[in-house]
Design a protein around this ligand. Sequence first.
Ligand SMILES: Cc1cc2nc3c(=O)[nH]c(=O)nc-3n(C[C@H](O)[C@H](O)[C@H](O)COP(=O)(O)OP(=O)(O)OC[C@H]3O[C@@H](n4cnc5c(N)ncnc54)[C@H](O)[C@@H]3O)c2cc1C
Length: 449
Amino acid sequence: MPALLTTPRPQHLHLPGDADFDAARAAWNVAVDQRPAAVAVPADSAQVADVVRDAVRAGLRVAPQSTGHNAGPLAAHGLDDTVLLRTHLLDSVHVDPVARIARVGGGVVWQPVVEAAAQHGLAALHGSSPDVGVAGYSLGGGIGWYARSLGMAAHSLTAAEVVTADGSVVRTDAHHEPELFWALRGGGGGFGVVTSLEFRLYPVETAFAGFMLWDAVHAEALLRAWSDWAPAAPDEVTTSFRVLRLPPMPELPPFLRGRHVVVIDGAVLADDESARRILAPLRAVAPEVDTFGRVPAAALTRLHMDPEGPTPGVSDAAILDALPAAAIDAFLSRTVAGTTSPLLAAELRQLGGALGRPDASAALSRLDGQFLAFGVAIAATPQMATAGHAAAADLVGALRATTGHRPYLNFAEDPVDASTAFDATSARRLAQVRAAIDSTGVFVANHRF
Ligand SMILES: Cc1cc2nc3c(=O)[nH]c(=O)nc-3n(C[C@H](O)[C@H](O)[C@H](O)COP(=O)(O)OP(=O)(O)OC[C@H]3O[C@@H](n4cnc5c(N)ncnc54)[C@H](O)[C@@H]3O)c2cc1C
């Protein structure tokens, strides 16, 4: 890569053999071993443009990455000819409380955005994890606790700054480069390096949110009750149903340590009385713990207790049209009390509501399906990764066999044909946008068409 080794060598470039190369290439998901030709950590758009131009001159490709939460499919294709461009130094956060817009750098994670917005009584459409990157999450769709009422994060994107394959810095919104803007709204990261994003904030200061917990012996009754209730529930509520096998970790509170439990968590954007009415059918199944109540909106980033900081994980996931009786049987036979499984969580997220309504101004117009199924295991060793991956694939494969299904690219941690996540017209249009803006295929995204 001669052109990358310009003199003086840019400080933001890390090459194999450098003492800090392993740290520079490490992804959030530490079970993924990504081995790029080089790692660049630029601090502003101008440096990003330099990296892109230098990489092209050296005959290399460029893979933007903010955190590496979805490093699996990126690394799976091999990165020998690719500069991994880490965006975490693009970390500015600015909230305009009057316009109700946030403007953030292309490497920002959700927690600081949520905190900055909350100071003005505003909320962003973050997901269940505080340290997922705003960029990857929003470019891939983005579903969180407000999803059934306020939709996907991608649909709230109002503008982006992008460094394109020729090193230009382009601002795109509904009026400038509208095709690129359409593609960024759910079409993924294959169009350039997003150096900043602007998106709508919502006047949500509090939510009626929390979790209910039962022993896993009640899994069957609970899954039947939740899966009957979820598709017809009002748009104000978004929940998740999980069977968790919690390790006996001292960090966990005693009522969770080493237990096999069912947890339903979520949020309702409604007044207390309406929220209680909406949740009544679930609360009637007598939870052992019920924390649902009015909480500050900013507390929702930790409601799901997602792992923070580098974590080794393997998973499988699919959007399901429905949960027919055969799907419920398949889920229960792999998760109820008495069964063994390496899965930390077998999860079903409630879709529908605003997520199901089409928005033609976004590449990912809607999420077509009632549930999002997800199985995840901790992969601290290669053996754990193999067993956990097999169990996740077995769970989600069994559910797929019972109903119509498609991938949700944010939750797809193995390579998939990305076009299958879109309707045929949108998939063709995405390919055209990519061909127009990056005709030589400089950019490498986690998911490829
Ligand atoms: C613990 C956990 C919790 C999660 N919770 C949710 C959730 O509640 N809802 C949900 O929808 N998803 C969720 N996800 C999935 C998450 O949205 C995806 O993994 C997403 O890709 C992460 O984005 P990232 O930027 O952090 O990851 P990265 O791996 O850094 O990025 C993924 C891809 O996004 C693109 N990309 C990232 N940054 C840029 C950039 N600056 N410019 C151009 N392209 C870029 C690239 O193609 C990159 O390969 C979760 C994942 C985990 C591991």
